[in-house]
Design a protein around this ligand. Structure first.
Ligand code: C5P
Length: 404
């Protein structure tokens, strides 16, 4: 059953859809589909085969997507060149609409003879095909065999629909309507894996006052925590984001609890019980024992600050009863795996994500390894938004096995 347009409007927001076009009379419908995807908030890049360009011009698709259209596997125009690997990495979803019989055949047999097949072969995201062809071509045993190969490789099939065809035939092979394709795209992101769960996430740095105008802090940007919050919302969770100062835009549909110091953050965490607690914040380990009530004036050559340990928020929540499923982060500059496993054990966590502190802070792309009692997995470098979705999928899967 199709969901309503508002679903498409929310789940496609900021998603990266790579729209591939093959040759066929239905290619004109891809223009409307592109417009709908962009209207729903998706970022769209278009790849066209030579055949597609016989039916609709790259200029049309460029105007509608607002991005240069990609047509060549070996593109000499440097500013337009985004190699097939980068395009494949970029996409959250690849949709080929219309997908021709020829394209299906080439894809089914692992060909990478043009840009679109090469991108599909290098894909890291879900790939969906919306076939459009004459009904006899669709029903042909070879096309059916190719369909079987593609489906067993995990390729999603959107359609085809049945009905009157441009050639006068009646039967299966019509491209689904653009509005139906839009809904199917939206449904790929409406995972609902955390529906009904309350997820509390800490993010950003903390600031520990020295006096009324100065503080101790760190370089955490908050981007990872905010991306995790957005991914948890996307997965249907009720999200409370307890954040130190970041200046980042707050993800839609999430309750922000702004805090400053580690002690504020702990108090906020304790007053928001959760099913899943994800500590992404870079909490200051120490605070000034007695912050000055007035601005410290410079006089002596040396100034000594007396620091005391801050409470470990994550370990405190993990030790509470009833306790949520607890997830930590370990940003390290060396001995990543050893330190992460040690924190998993000593803080009594259900899972920990470890990354390289220097490569990660403030950057948009990062790789990460997850450890849990008895297992681990590494996610390749990708954008923080994409990483966050994979992390949330793993948390959702592990927390439901731990519940059971
Ligand atoms: O001990 P370390 O700071 O490396 O541990 C990192 C993990 O513990 C992160 O998940 C961080 O959010 C959390 N943490 C915390 N409270 C602290 C220190 C760290 O929640 N005081």
């Amino acid at each position: 059953m199709m969901t309503s347009t508002p679903t498409a409007l929310t789940t496609l927001q900021n998603k990266r859809v790579l729209l591939g076009l093959c040759g066929g009379i239905a290619a004109y419908k891809a223009a409307e589909l592109c417009r709908l995807l962009v209207g729903a908030g998706a970022e769209v890049q278009v790849v066209m085969t030579k055949g597609a360009q016989e039916f609709i011009t790259p200029l049309t698709m460029q105007a509608l997507s607002g991005q240069p259209v990609h047509t060549e596997l070996l593109d000499p125009a440097a500013e337009a060149a985004m190699g097939h690997i980068q395009l494949a990495r970029w996409a959250d979803l690849i949709l080929v609409a219309p997908a021709s019989a020829n394209f299906m055949a080439r894809l089914a047999h692992g060909e990478a003879s043009d840009l679109l097949t090469a991108v599909c072969l290098a894909r890291r995201s879900p790939l969906a095909l919306a076939p459009a062809m004459n009904q006899a071509m669709w029903s042909n045993a070879t096309t059916m065999a190719n369909l079987g190969l593609l489906e067993s490789a995990g390729v999603l099939m959107f359609g085809p629909a049945s009905g009157a065809q441009a050639c006068g035939d009646v039967g299966p092979g019509r491209l689904l309507e653009p509005s139906e394709l839009l809904q199917l795209c939206a449904m790929q992101f409406a995972t609902g894996a955390l529906a009904g769960k309350k997820v509390v996430i800490t993010a950003g740095p903390t600031r520990e006052a020295i006096d009324p105008v100065r503080y101790l802090s760190n370089h955490s940007s908050g981007k990872m925590g905010y991306a995790v919050a957005a991914a948890a919302i996307e997965a249907g969770a009720e999200v409370v984001l307890i954040s130190g100062p970041t200046g980042l835009p707050v993800p839609d549909r999430c309750q922000l609890v702004p805090v400053t110091s580690a002690l504020d953050m702990l108090a906020a965490c304790e007053s928001h019980p959760a099913d899943i607690f994800i500590a992404v914040a870079a909490v200051a380990d120490y605070r000034v024992a007695r912050p000055a009530a007035a601005k410290i004036k410079k006089s002596a050559e040396e100034l000594t600050l007396n620091l005391v340990r801050n409470p470990d928020i994550l370990a405190t929540i993990a030790g509470s009863k009833p306790r949520p499923f607890c997830v930590g982060f370990a940003a390290e500059t060396e001995h990543l795996a050893d330190y992460a496993k040690e924190k998993l054990r000593s803080k009594k966590l259900d899972m920990i994500f470890a990354n390289d502190a220097i490569a990660t802070f403030g950057n948009d792309a990062a790789s990460i390894t997850a450890y849990w009692p008895g297992g681990e997995t590494t996610f390749e470098p990708q954008s923080k938004a994409q990483l966050a979705r994979r992390m949330i999928a793993l948390i959702s899967q592990r927390s439901s096995t731990t519940d059971a």
